[in-house]
Design a protein around this ligand. Structure first.
Ligand SMILES: C[S@@+](CC[C@H](N)C(=O)[O-])C[C@H]1O[C@@H](n2cnc3c(N)ncnc32)[C@H](O)[C@@H]1O
Length: 416
């Protein structure tokens, strides 16, 4: 009796997880639903992981590096489901997964079937060995697990109908697009000015166009593409400022001194419903898209209640000068409603808070209800047609990402 309960429990938990993901619209198609019901996620988790933890809609950490930071994990099911739906896989598809572990590769193998090809690549020999063993144990010997640097892709198995990147990148190396079959999709988390979005990219001539962008987080890329950005602790790990632009200098001492000054507050009349979809993603990327020195604060909320009240504890949009900063904040004027505000610190904190409030209002008036920004990826150095719309260019080694906020007041022709 006990053994039959133990044998059926994981199946029931998989079914429950699939139902949850469908109810929350992360799973949209029956093939992805079937994959989540089929693959035994617990067989890919480290020994000692409970079934509850293996089938929760959450990350399972599988490895930490020498500094104690997570360098490998089984990604959260909602994000895996989203990425698989975005990749639009079919029976017979050829897929390259960059960043392995085995579980996601097994999901892909379920969808592409025996006529398909799955290559799963990881830079870490331990991850490769564990993924291989778990895939064999779970019944997916056909998945190829390759040890290598994802920056170079895996040309031998290409061209691929989809390249799915499950590690945080700051750039799109040429291999990822070169190894895509015509019409193929590249689904990759890309960091743009400290904001990571999972981009679904398709090739159009010499550039890529994002057809979808979703806020997400992944472990950072190692190897040739390693580019963690700059993080400046302002109070140990309690307050850390991430700055992505090489041209923006951060004077940590001056910003620490700014923290000790009285706070300036500005509350523009812009509110959002607590459960309003996409609103934070939109305002964050809008604020990051401005041509001003910009950073993102990560804050341990409980340990800094006396100092900072960021809108988001992981990525809080922040405008900067040499000795001052202003960040996005929120208050709840009534139940179920947030009001956006700006908190400024330092000698120029009040002016920066005013500036941030103006930007919040401009977003509310012009972009909040629009189609969102257009995100395109161009080879580094390639000409990008000019526009009068607000646009951020993120220059990296291989590419320039352009985030353009279409504005009906400007000519349509001057958008990329
Ligand atoms: C979040 S885990 C992958 C999760 C996995 N796809 C799953 O089944 O859920 C990210 C992985 O990327 C790997 N990684 C980091 N840099 C890499 C690189 N340059 N090339 C290939 N893999 C890399 C890490 O070793 C880690 O195992």
């Amino acid at each position: 009796m006990e053994s039959s309960v133990a044998a059926t429990a994981p199946e029931q938990m998989r079914a429950d997880l699939a139902e949850q993901l469908s109810a929350r619209k992360w799973i949209k198609t029956s093939v992805i639903d079937a994959a989540f019901r089929a693959v035994p996620r617990h067989l890919f988790a480290p020994a000692g992981t409970t079934l509850q933890a293996a089938y929760a809609d959450d990350v399972v950490i599988t490895k930490k590096n020498a500094e104690g930071r997570t360098c490998s994990s089984i990604s959260a099911p909602w994000l895996q489901a989203y990425m698989l739906e975005q990749a639009v896989l079919r029976p017979g598809s050829r897929v390259l997964e960059i960043g392995s572990g085995g579980y996601n590769a097994a999901l892909i193998a379920e969808v592409v079937g025996s006529a398909g090809t799955v290559v799963s690549l990881d830079i870490d020999a331990d991850v490769v060995a564990n993924a291989r063993a778990a895939l064999d144990r779970a019944g997916y010997p056909q998945v190829q697990v390759v040890h290598g640097d994802g920056e170079l892709g895996h040309a031998a198995g290409g061209p691929y109908d989809a390249v799915i990147v499950t590690v945080n990148a700051s750039d799109i190396p040429p291999a990822w697009t070169e190894q895509l079959a015509p019409g193929g999709r590249l689904v990759a988390p890309v960091r743009m000015r400290a904001n990571t979005r999972c981009l679904t990219l398709q090739r159009h001539g010499d550039h890529l166009i994002a057809t979808a962008a979703l806020q997400c987080g992944f472990v950072p890329m190692q190897g040739q593409g390693r580019d963690p950005g700059r993080s400046t602790p302002l109070r140990g790990d309690d307050i850390v400022l991430a700055v992505d632009d090489p041209s923006t200098t951060v004077d940590a001492e001056a910003l620490v001194a700014a923290l000790r000054t009285p706070r300036a507050e500005v509350w523009p009349p812009v509110t959002a419903q607590v459960d309003e979809a996409g609103v934070f993603e939109s305002i964050h990327l809008w604020l990051a898209s401005q041509s001003r020195p910009y950073g993102a604060l990560t804050v341990d909320r409980e340990r800094v209640t006396d100092l900072l009240d960021p809108d988001n504890r992981f990525v809080c949009p922040t405008l900067l000068t040499a000795d001052s900063f202003a960040h996005l904040t929120l208050r709840q004027p009534e139940r179920g409603v947030y009001q956006f505000g700006a908190h400024g610190f330092g000698p120029g904190g009040a002016a920066l808070a005013d500036d941030l409030a103006e930007l919040i209002m401009a977003w509310d008036e012009t972009h909040r209800h629009g189609p969102g920004p257009r995100i395109t990826v161009h080879p580094a150095g390639a000409p990008i047609p000019a526009t009068r719309s607000v646009r951020l260019l993120v220059p990296r080694r291989h590419t320039t990402v352009a985030i353009t906020w279409p504005d009906e007041r400007h000519d349509r022709e001057d958008q990329v």
